[in-house]
Design a protein around this ligand. Structure first.
Ligand code: ZN
Length: 153
C-alpha cells in the first residue's frame, strides 16, 4: 500500500526530530509542537541558542540520509510504566499526556526517534520520499526553534 501524503508528512516529523537531536544534541529533545497536512509540516523544539545555517543544512541532510536508509518503523502498544522504564522521558513532549493514560502507543525508529504517538505512520522511512526544510527561525525570547518543511519525491 502506498502511504498517503498525510501519513508521509506526519512520519517526516519523527524523522526530522531525530535529525534535530542527532545534530544539535539532546538539549533539543523537547518538542513544543508539531503539525502536518498534505505534503507540508512543521516542528518546533525547545533549544537554548540559534543554530547556524550549517547546522540546519546538516539536519536536513541527516533526515534525508535516514530516509535513504529505508529503515522499518515500529509502533509498540505498551504499559506506560514499561515505556518509561525502557525509554525514560524521551517518549514525551513539552505538552503532557493525560495522567490517567496507562497504556500508550510508542512510535520508534531505532537509534533515531521515540515518541508516544497514536497516529498512522509509513512502514519504512523510504516511503517519506524526501524532506526539504522550507524555512526556520529561532525565537530567542521563547528559546524555540521553529521549522517548516515540505515532503518531496
Ligand atoms: Zn507519529
Amino acid at each position: 500500500m502506498v502511504a498517503s501524503d498525510d501519513v508521509r508528512s506526519h512520519t517526516a516529523i519523527h524523522v526530522l526530530k531525530g535529525a534535530v537531536v542527532y545534530v544539535l544534541g539532546r538539549g533539543a529533545k523537547w518538542s513544543a509542537s508539531a503539525y502536518s497536512q498534505g505534503l507540508h509540516g512543521g516542528l518546533t523544539v525547545q533549544f537554548d541558542r540559534k543554530p547556524t545555517n550549517e547546522e540546519m543544512q546538516r539536519i536536513e541532510g541527516a533526515a534525508n540520509q535516514k530516509i535513504r536508509e529505508d529503515i522499518s518503523t515500529e509502533v509498540h502498544e505498551v504499559a506506560r510504566d514499561d515505556a518509561e522504564a525502557r525509554w525514560g522521558d524521551d517518549i514525551y513532549d513539552l505538552f503532557p499526556l493525560p495522567a490517567e493514560l496507562k497504556v500508550v502507543k510508542v512510535f520508534h525508529l531505532p537509534d533515531w526517534n521515540v515518541n508516544t504517538c497514536g497516529k498512522q505512520h509509513c512502514a519504512r522511512t523510504g516511503e517519506v520520499g524526501g524532506i526539504k526544510i522550507e524555512k526556520w527561525r529561532y525565537r530567542a525570547n521563547k528559546q524555540l526553534l521553529e521549522m517548516s518543511f515540505d515532503v518531496t519525491g
